[in-house]
Design a protein around this ligand. Structure first.
Ligand SMILES: [Mg+2]
Length: 455
């Protein structure tokens, strides 16, 4: 193999961190060009909604993601609230990850709009890390008409901090474009890291940050100046060593390619708490439709269904069931999720409800599936003796198996029609399963209800 020469010859590893700028909000502006240049907030506009993403024009007013929408509106009364379109973001995300795959197979996706790329070897073909970084930025702009920022370093941590430094900056005075690409060479790491607040380091959360502040440590440089044995004395061997290393830019974590998603789900915070089981059941059915659609969009199917319930006093309960087959259709998912919900004791109003699927495996082709799941005829499915606890759990699973088999093919046809002619092309009748599956809601965002959404 050729030796890498030039300015990056001494890098033991070259990592890129690519991060889309204000991703959800930028996609909304792309799809609704009249929003360009305006403070746009994607999220739940209702009393309990949360900001999922916002444009830099909104950030100039101090609005940030994960902020309660009520506060965001107070900071920026002229902000335009937009409902999120998760399926659309997934679609753009898939395009984005296709672009990453053009550069290197060593891609570690972090979320829909972020990834680490190990380009140590790719430089032989594609040029320097900076050339690759600028190339990705240009490709993303050309193909997706969206902006991203790219950080380059010899570790994931430095690359991530560098991409943040590459971002546009929103201040009261307005939005200033960022450099877009920031390369932190090993010899420049100290100068780059030391002025940063110590909380910028990985693994320094609010509690550790407070303790460090108590020791008079505000910046990464302050921490790096502290002898390691003193850091260890205060934070213990494991965390102390880790902190001292991070402050010196040492982060040995490799880029882990193809780290598969572990679960896919949908959860919502309600505008007001819901105590009625039937009403919750209708939400579970609607969420199941959304999750099933996301699964199929992602080409995933899973065995484990989980329902998450947060009560008005913020206690959280999750109930899971692992099936003997893979699920990716709404009627099957809704059947299992409904049974799980019914097993939860509703001792208080429900504030948040979620449905998710995990335990992913490749779904066999429709033909194989029809063969493997056609299985026993409905009347042959053992449901156990009536009244037995186990039977009550088995019955929904058996029903779900039948529904999954029956709906798999039809669902594929519905998806094809919808993606060609739009969501409303196939009416509710096609989606009514054994339990009366409803059409998906207009909103498919997981961050709380809009002001205008029906209660
Ligand atoms: Mg981002």
């Amino acid at each position: 193999m050729d030796e890498i020469t030039g300015p990056e010859a001494g890098w033991e590893r070259v990592v890129l961190h690519v991060d889309m700028d204000a991703f959800f909000a930028a996609v909304e502006v792309l799809d609704q060009p009249d929003l360009a240049g305006r403070p746009v907030i994607v999220g739940g506009s209702g009393a309990r909604g949360v900001v999922a993403s916002c444009t830099y024009e909104a950030r100039a007013f101090g609005v940030r993601s994960a902020m309660p929408s009520v506060r965001a509106r107070r900071l920026c009364p002229d902000a335009v609230f937009v409902d999120g379109h998760y399926a659309r973001y997934s679609e753009v995300s898939r395009e984005l990850h296709r672009l990453f795959a053009e550069v290197t197979p060593l891609v570690e996706p972090i979320g829909l709009d972020e990834a680490f790329l190990d380009v140590t070897g790719a430089r032989r073909l594609l040029g320097s890390a900076e050339t690759i970084a600028r190339g990705i930025r240009d490709r993303v702009r050309t193909v997706l008409a969206l902006d991203c920022s790219v950080g380059v370093g010899r570790s994931k941590m430095v690359a991530k901090l560098a991409s943040r430094a590459a971002k546009p900056v929103a201040t009261r005075q307005g939005v200033r474009p960022g450099p877009g690409v920031v390369v932190v060479a090993p010899e420049a790491e100290t100068a780059f890291l030391h002025p940063l607040p110590v909380r910028a380091l990985w693994g320094v959360g609010p509690a550790t940050g407070d303790r460090l502040a108590g020791l008079g440590i505000a910046t990464v440089g302050d921490l790096a100046a502290l002898p390691e044995d003193i850091v260890v004395r205060h934070f213990g061997q494991a965390q102390g060593t880790h902190l001292a290393q991070l402050a010196r830019g040492v982060d040995p974590g490799p880029v882990v390619a193809d780290r598969a998603a572990k679960s896919l789900g949908h959860e919502e915070t309600f505008r007001s708490d819901i105590a009625d089981l039937a009403e919750l059941g209708r939400h579970v059915v609607r969420m199941s439709e959304s999750v099933a659609r996301q699964l199929r969009d992602a080409g995933l199917a899973g065995r484990t269904v989980t329902v998450k319930v947060k009560f008005s006093d913020f206690t959280l309960i999750t109930r899971s069931h692992t099936l003997g087959f893979l699920v990716d259709t709404a009627p099957a998912l809704a059947t299992v999720a409904t049974a799980l919900l019914e097993a939860v004791e509703l001792r208080a109003g429900v504030r948040l409800l979620g449905v998710s699927v995990s335990g992913f495996e490749d779904l066999p082709s429709t033909e194989q599936l029809a063969f493997s799941l056609a299985g026993p005829e409905p009347e042959d499915v053992p449901e156990g003796p009536a009244g037995d606890d186990g039977a009550e759990r088995l019955a929904p699973a058996a029903r779900a198996a039948r529904l999954q088999a029956n709906w798999r093919e039809l669902t594929a046809a519905v998806d094809a029609i919808r993606s060609r002619y739009g969501k409303t092309a196939v009416g509710p009748a096609a989606l009514v399963g054994e339990h009366g599956v409803e059409v998906p809601g207009r909103r498919d965002a997981p961050w709380g209800p809009s002001a205008e959404a029906p209660p």
